[in-house]
Design a protein around this ligand. Sequence first.
Ligand SMILES: Nc1ncnc2c1ncn2[C@@H]1O[C@H](COP(=O)(O)OP(=O)(O)O)[C@@H](O)[C@H]1O
Ligand SMILES: [Mg+2]
Length: 452
Amino acid sequence: MAAPVTVLSAVRGAGEADLVVALGGPGAGTVVTRRCGDLTELLAAAAAGAGAVAVVSGDLPGLDREAVARLHGSGVRVVALADAVPADRLRALGADVVLDGARLDADAVVAAVQQAAGTPGAPGAGPDAAPEEGAPATALGAAGDADAAEAEASGRVQPGRVVVVWGPVGAPGRTTTALELAHELAGVAAARGRRRSARGRRAGEAGEEPPADPRPVLLVDADTYGSSLAARLGLLDDAPGLAAVARAAGQGTLDLATLARHAPVLARGLRVLTGLTRAARWPEVPASALEVVLERARELAAWTVVDTGAVLEADELLMYDTQAPQRNAATLAALAAADDVVVVGAGDPVGVQRLVRGLEELREAPVPVPRPTAVVVNRVRAAAVGPRPEAAVRAALERYAGVGDLVVVPDDPAGCDGALLAGRSLAEHAPASPARLAFAGLADRLRAPAPV
Ligand SMILES: Nc1ncnc2c1ncn2[C@@H]1O[C@H](COP(=O)(O)OP(=O)(O)O)[C@@H](O)[C@H]1O
Ligand SMILES: [Mg+2]
């Protein structure tokens, strides 16, 4: 006879004792090895390998997506009892089996434990989410949920693409690249009216051709070291959209309307999810939540362009403590979820060297990262690399990284500083500038990708 399935119980309320008895009954094939009073105890028991399946009350305080991910990380399957909270919410947290129903039925729990124990492979956390109640609107949140409604109405359309912009330390231009790429993919160009408000921007572009995919582009600031998109765009919005949607994702309540509400419209066809206002808030964006945010983003947006931090490695001191949050988790989670990776390096001797090493680092990252769709060398200039700087940079990357197909962006202080001062993109502010033309070329490459 097979050994009984070991169960960690974290069930609240009067029915708990009966449930434990039923799970240990003859013929049940299950046995309760720990009765946990709270989530901390449950996580500790799971980490100690004390059970194979956790049975938890849906309303267990602190139970969120990150907690379920940690149970999964300890190899424990999760059966959640939806007696006090909606079943959909528990599914969105990633629970393997959700038992619906107002009353605790011991036989059903035994069957659910058996079912969960038989779930093969790593538990996949379902991205299903229930409607969310009363989230705060952001400063520009009045933009409305038309995009969400459109995405919802179009049914199961093809998921949008997630483009992650990464680059090594030294400010090579990750944010500039993400910002310009998003504007190009959204088709936001000059002559589109002055940006006084989101509505003002929209009004100025009535005569423009609609993009092929009616869904917008979503620009996400996921740099947990130094977020800068809000400041770059002149958004005086101190409610970081990313933190809000990550919180909703962690609680299993992130739906399309919520995502749209926290991602205000910047121009027609372009929404932005602003980043953390203080770098110390990085634990608010755990990987388990960002995964869901990007999954939802694929429904809302035709393209999601993610600006990330520079640091890739998992903290070695924390590596063996699977429960410690990791500061680089957001960057790694974004890269792991990416359809396209754009790598940006600076066009000077130090920047090129870091780029070569950065490409190596990506290949050796602690998560699988797709091969880059494009490698960008930014701020290429003769003053830093000698005459014919573009040829020199191409030769160096070919020789040291085997990258023969670069996107070279010239140094363009006039265009970039002007755009920075105006709080706008190059596409809007200086559409004929050399850097803008190079970023437009990058967008074309994304539309017709061929990995480098
Ligand atoms: N091609 C360019 N020419 C001139 N200045 C640039 C160019 N690209 C970026 N910059 C400027 O360099 C600075 C750093 O760029 P940023 O995109 O914020 O880097 P990162 O996100 O990698 O830290 C910004 O002030 C930006 O305006
Ligand atoms: Mg940046």
